[in-house]
Each structure stands twice: as structure tokens, then as C-alpha cells.
Design a protein. Structure first.
Length: 287
């Protein structure tokens, strides 16, 4: 439950929302006046990750969309977009009613990054309520080893490949029926779209649940990097994010905005006794 004086509603909407909603409200505001590079296909992925190897029943999960053509792609959280839309609707309804109390409901931790790939080059766009930040990544080429083994996924014949990405060994299943060298997250470089991938311990897994190759894709956002994204480094971004969180705490104390209660859901599928959670199995082992 988030409580605040009704007189603060407008400034609340204009200035900042709690740090836990980092990225909310922003993805719907940006309008790019440039000519858009539109995707020719969209792949939907379900992602799960066991972050604490001592609690293998505790899964973090999230849904993503990969929009792509033959040269470019963008990979973004579908869960984040849906949650942002819900937050917008809740705040708009509260403002319309001049309500003193806003029940934000359940918050799902979501990925703030949009991953853009252009001819193999990886760029990360960090989405915050105030601005987008662009981090260009030094990405080593994945040395894929293609196997003869095949299996069927979503009606496509997929071939097996193995390679190391960001310090972890992955098995990927790709289809040359979709001749685009992309996949979920930062997995790329095969002669076809990756429909499934998992690390060697099966603690990380990406599964394509739907593939759209026909129809009207004009409503999908551009696969170009947003022109207003500010270039920075990962170190500088983390410093800014920490300062922003500290700034919110100061703003809240001065304005009268208080956070009474927040319900969060970290994707835990095991409702057993609480145990200390430690991220000892991160998605990336290397920068």
C-alpha cells in the first residue's frame, strides 16, 4: 500500500515513483520521429532462472519478446510492459478519484534492460522513469559447435549447438527455417533463430512459446536504438542509480510521501519455510 497526501499526486506523477518501480511509466511515453526499422517477425520467450543454487525449487521467471528482421533485433520484457501499463492505470484512477491511498497490488521484479543487436553488436538500453541510458557492450563472438542432433519445436526442425556466452556453457536449439541469427537475451550468431537455450546445469532456460512471422507488425516498436538514450558506462549507470535511490528517500521525507506496504513477488514457486536467499548463480559471470 502506498499512501500520500492528495495534493502531492501531480508532483508524484511528474517527478518520481518508488525505486521498486524503476522503469515503470516510461516505455509508453517515448515517441521517436525517425524512420522506424520494423521487425519482420516476433518471438515470445519464457525465461526461468534459479539464482540461488541452494534453493533449486525457487524459480525466478519472466516473459520476453524478441522483435527482429534479418539484421537487427530488440529483446525486451513483456512482463515489464504489462506491469507498467497496470501501474499507469492504477495511478490514473487514483488521480481521477483524488484518492489519498493507492493500492499498488503485487509487484513483480522485472528486467529494465532492452537488448539491441545490430549486425552482431550488442547495445543495452536501461529504462528509468526519467531517462533512457545506452551502454555499448564489448561482446565476444560465441564459438558455437553445431551438432547433427535435431528435434522439433513449435513445428520447426531445430538443430543443436553448444557454446559459451558470458562465462556459461549453453546448449541452443536453432532453426534455419527462420534465417535470422538471433535468439533470446545475448545468445546470437547461429545460422537460424534460437528457439530454446539452457545452461549446462539447467538453472537458466529460455523457451520460445510463440513465433509470429506473418500479419500486421506495424504496432510493434522500432528495433532502432532510441535516439534520446544517453550514452554511459555500466559503472557510471550503477553510481547514478544508487544516487537516484538515495534522492528518492530524501524526496519522500520532504514531501510526505510514505511507503506503508509493498507486496512483492520474486517468482518463488516454492512456498516452504523462509530461508536466506543468496544470488550465487548470476546470469552473467563476465562483463
Amino acid at each position: 500500500m502506498v499512501s500520500f497526501n492528495s495534493n502531492m499526486m501531480n508532483s508524484y506523477l511528474k517527478f518520481i515513483i518508488p525505486t521498486i518501480f524503476l522503469g515503470a511509466l516510461f516505455s509508453f511515453k517515448y515517441k521517436d520521429t525517425r524512420q522506424k526499422d520494423l521487425p519482420t517477425a516476433i518471438a515470445y520467450y519464457h525465461f526461468y532462472h534459479i539464482k540461488d543454487s541452494t534453493q533449486t525449487g525457487r524459480l525466478y521467471s519472466e516473459d520476453f519478446i524478441l522483435a527482429f528482421n534479418t539484421k537487427k533485433s530488440v529483446y525486451s520484457s513483456q512482463t515489464r510492459v504489462k506491469q507498467d501499463s497496470t501501474v499507469q492505470a492504477i495511478l490514473a484512477a487514483a488521480e481521477a478519484k483524488n484518492s489519498d491511498v493507492v493500492d499498488m497490488g503485487t509487484y513483480l521484479p522485472v528486467t529494465e534492460d532492452d537488448i539491441y543487436i545490430d549486425n552482431g553488436k550488442i547495445s543495452i538500453v536501461k529504462n528509468t522513469p526519467q531517462q533512457r541510458y545506452l551502454i555499448t557492450e564489448v561482446s565476444g563472438k560465441i564459438d558455437w559447435k553445431i551438432d547433427k542432433e535435431t528435434k522439433d519445436l513449435l513445428g520447426y526442425t531445430c538443430q543443436k549447438a553448444t557454446g559459451i556466452c558470458k562465462g556459461r556453457k549453453y546448449t541452443a536449439w536453432f532453426t534455419t527455417d527462420i534465417p535470422a541469427s538471433f535468439g533470446p537475451w545475448k545468445l546470437q550468431g547461429l545460422p537460424g533463430l534460437i528457439l530454446e537455450a539452457y545452461d549446462d546445469r539447467h538453472f537458466i532456460k529460455f523457451t520460445c512459446t510463440k513465433l509470429v512471422t506473418q500479419g500486421n507488425l506495424q504496432t510493434v516498436k522500432s528495433i532502432n536504438i532510441p535516439s534520446d538514450a544517453i550514452s554511459t558506462t555500466n559503472k557510471e549507470y550503477e553510481q547514478m542509480k544508487k544516487a537516484q535511490a538515495d534522492g528518492f528517500n530524501m524526496f519522500g521525507n520532504d514531501s510526505g510521501i510514505t511507503v506503508d506496504k509493498i507486496t512483492s513477488n520474486g517468482g518463488n514457486t516454492n512456498a516452504g519455510p523462509k530461508k536466506k536467499f543468496t544470488i550465487n548463480y548470476p546470469l552473467e559471470l563476465t562483463d
